[in-house]
Design a protein around this ligand. Sequence first.
Ligand code: 0O2
Length: 187
Amino acid sequence: RCKAAIDILQAKLKMINSELSRQKNRSVISQITSRIKSAESIYTKLLRKKLEPDFDTAKKNLKDLIGIRVVCPFEDEIYEVVELLKLQKDIEILKVKDYIKDPKKNGYRSLHLIVQVPIYSADGPQKEPVEIQLRTLAMDYWSVLEYQLYYKKSENEEVAAELKEYAEEIARLDGKMLKLRNKIEKI
Ligand code: 0O2
């Protein structure tokens, strides 16, 4: 069922990419990846939420067991992808967390959606929740490195401050690249 939900969403995102890319004459989604949450990450999250660490509790309470990541070149294109996702009648958007407009304290930026995807199996129709993380190439660069080096590690003030500073530098660069793109498009 997880694979079916991933396949359905990937197909839709590829369609959205074709549509937007045709309009703009360049790719609007640079990368789509997916992951199924690891057992260790499920366990830690259930404990953090003070829930029983078992499979049924996870199924019932965690909406990010299936995750899809969409990386776009530019920030405004993230919102264009979301607008087209909203037009997909069978995809229900349950929750939006905009860490681009309102970054996390550590500097993390991405747009998170929890969506529900209909799956038709032998047991009848089911709805599968999926977390979609949308970010720019630059946000992805920061997030991937921060995740590998520091995320979930014990707090170190100096490192945290440096990471936050770089996240802000990256956000400024994203803004400059967007302005430059607009300038080039007018030439
Ligand atoms: P993993 O290893 O990816 O599974 P909630 O579900 O709303 O109760 P949660 O899960 O903290 O609370 O939601 P949030 O903040 O939207 O984070 C969901 C996911 O976004 C995280 O999943 C990470 O994948 C990513 N993420 C969130 N904050 C950060 C961050 O500061 N740095 C990086 N690199 N990624 C982040 P998990 O379950 O924490 O981890």
